[in-house]
Design a binder for this molecule. Structure first.
Ligand code: EPZ
Length: 420
């Protein structure tokens, strides 16, 4: 549970953690080789701990010291991912491609939906079937088999991040060439491609959305430093936009934050990129007035990230104008927006669009986190509320933020936490 005393402007510097959505597929891909793979700058979040547990259950050795993960899949023996595990973490579906490729079979379950949407994995299954896998659906249990995956040409109906990742991991050791069209172009896809290339894979074209993979015989362990988490960075910038103040973020490449930074500038924030380019750059932001209204459509990269929709919407709940947020990626990602009513926010929903009329200050509220990013949005709203808010969280935030309370306190927020 978080107790937040609002109306304290934020000040200070923070280095963001490594990217959750880059680390999880890289952990999965380590199954494709024997020997010790090292992944550095890994956040200590529950999704990583859970993926490590799954890999151990499959017979891998996994060491996680500070922010360094060592994975050795030489002893891979298991091919079954239990329904309970899949129920705990959707990203376990990222093991489909690598396990099928390495072990020739996988037994797992449909991950089921979550509060933000139904989230089917039909594209994942279709591309693996196109590569020659036989996939049986036995009442929700999936039994996939393939002696040897074969190269193919496949067009994704939608640039799905997870399906693109599964296809890449399956194609790396497949026989022949795989051509993937309408792929996701998220920074995490770019990172997975360079990670796979450092293991010896032959991959090209990822920046264009059309990826070619020439299957190779063998992949080798690698050593990789994970990029900074752009969604964490966006969350902390949004927190400072809502609370006011001046902060500096390091550890993330501003190039992967173009749309969120553009939106912050439209809100009236002063943004300064200094120091080196790339991940060593410093992103400075100053917000001296109430955020002006904005119009945002979420979309696949390089569009505005859906994972920042709820936190930016929370900023505008305490803004000075009217804003419109259109959610195009998920069909049910406004639960957090509706829970902002607990802080006196004026939010109305019209199908896939939310209209927000800013009010400041918000009133202190009592709310429960609906999901990972929705939880961060409630914290952002509480920073702009005139009094003490109480936010209960059943572990959503820890799934993606190493220690959001610590980080916001570091920026001067008055946040107390207790285990209740
Ligand atoms: C990844 O999820 C991220 N998770 C999500 O972040 C993020 O919201 C999403 O990409 C979009 O950016 C990880 O990387 C672990 P998709 P993923 O496949 O791969 C539909 C967070 O907060 N779809 O690109 O599951 C799907 O239902 C999380 O960190 C199908 O219909 O996303 C959704 O509407 C939340 N069939 C859309 O595509 C499929 O087979 C985008 O999903 C696959 C997807």
């Amino acid at each position: 549970m978080f107790k937040v005393q609002g109306l304290k402007p934020l000040h200070g510097k923070i280095k963001v953690q490594g990217a959750k959505n880059a680390v999880l597929p890289m952990m999965a891909v380590s199954l494709l080789t024997e020997g010790r793979t090292e992944i550095r700058n890994v956040p200590r979040i529950s999704d990583v701990f859970l993926m490590a547990e799954i890999l151990r259950d499959l017979g891998c050795q996994v060491m996680f010291q500070d922010d360094v993960l060592e994975i050795d899949a030489s002893g891979l023996s298991g091919t079954v991912i239990s329904e309970k595990t899949v129920g705990k973490m959707r990203s376990s579906s990222l093991l489909l491609g690598p396990l099928l490729s390495r072990a020739g079979e996988v037994t797992t379950w449909y991950p089921g939906g979550c509060v933000i949407g139904k989230r089917p994995i039909d594209f994942h299954l279709d591309v693996l079937r196109a590569m020659g896998a036989e996939i049986l659906d036995d009442g929700g249990m999936l039994i996939a088999k393939a002696k040897k995956l074969c190269g193919t040409t496949f067009r994704f109906p939608y640039p799905s991040v997870g399906a693109t990742e599964n296809a890449l991991m399956a194609a790396a050791l497949a026989s022949g060439t795989t051509k993937l069209l309408n792929c996701a172009r998220e920074p995490e896809i770019m990172e997975l491609c360079s990670f796979l290339r450092s293991m010896g894979a032959k991959i090209s074209g990822e920046r264009t959305g059309t990826i070619t993979v020439d299957g190779v015989e063998k992949l080798f362990p690698t050593d990789h430093v994970t990029a900074g988490d752009r969604i964490c960075a966006g969350t902390y910038l949004a927190a400072a936009a809502a609370a006011g103040g001046e902060i500096e973020i390091t550890g993330v490449d501003p190039v992967v934050l173009v749309e969120p930074l553009k939106a912050l500038r439209k809100m009236g924030a002063g943004i300064r990129i200094s120091g080196a380019t790339g991940p060593k750059a410093r992103i400075g932001m100053v917000m001296e007035r109430r955020p002006a209204g904005v119009e945002i459509d979420t979309g696949p990269y390089p569009g505005f990230p859906t994972d920042l929709q709820s936190v930016f919407l929370a900023v505008e709940a305490a803004g000075s104008g009217e804003s419109r947020f259109k959610e195009t990626v998920y069909e049910a990602r406004f639960e957090a927006a509706m829970r902002l009513a607990a802080f006196g926010a004026d939010v109305s929903l019209h199908k896939d669009t939310a209209i927000i009329r800013g009010r400041y200050p918000l009133v202190p509220g009592i709310a429960e986190t609906p999901d990972l990013r929705g939880g961060a949005a409630l914290l952002v709203a509480a920073l702009a509320a005139d009094g003490l808010s109480v936010i209960s969280d059943s572990g959503h935030l820890k799934r993606g933020y190493e220690d959001i309370g610590r980080d916001l306190r570091k920026l001067g927020a008055d946040i107390e936490e207790d285990e209740l």
